[in-house]
Design a protein around this ligand. Sequence first.
Ligand code: HEM
Length: 177
Amino acid sequence: MRPLLLAPLQFSSRIRSRHLRFHRWSGRIVMLAAITTALSGLYFGLFMPFGGPAEAVAIALFGGLLLTAVVRGFLAIRSGRVALHREWMIRTFALAIAISTVRLVGPVVDYAFTPRGLRAGDVFARSVWIAWVLTIAAAEAWIRYTRPVSLSRGALRRAPLNPPLACAPMAPGRAPE
Ligand code: HEM
């Protein structure tokens, strides 16, 4: 999905501080792309899984998580919770790019298990699970590593507008569309 290529720009504090309007609009495009990717992944993963039930379960789980992350990220920013928005968007990004991690993990799993007689479909299903778990774990580790100490999980949910987060110079109010 080419619009997802815009996603890395969403993490640039320089762009957010100078071109908040761009961030909003490209963010909407990225969100639409993520939702479309999740829905098409769910369709193919559930109705024609190459890796059988193990792949179907993985796709249902991670596709569902991707949709949840996008919606929660959007709801967070609509209610002014920037820190929470950032964290859900990191999860969104990780869940969306994990399909690329499959391409990196796949050859390793293939090398390890095909000689032991594992079928190609099972190799793929294992690669899907490993890739998503690794990518999400990396995202969660990054979220926890960069989360301000003052913001516990509960505090984060209740955090008011513009918490003391160094990642985004904040506009005092909503800039005109
Ligand atoms: C893939 C990553 C991201 C996506 C898809 C995304 C998406 C969006 C969208 C769609 C909006 C506009 C919401 C509306 O309609 O009002 C928005 C606003 C905003 N986002 Fe993000 N965002 C991402 C990452 C981030 C990150 C990492 C930060 C850093 C803290 C951030 C901070 C903000 C801020 C400050 C606003 C503007 C709030 C306002 O309107 O005043 N975003 N984002």
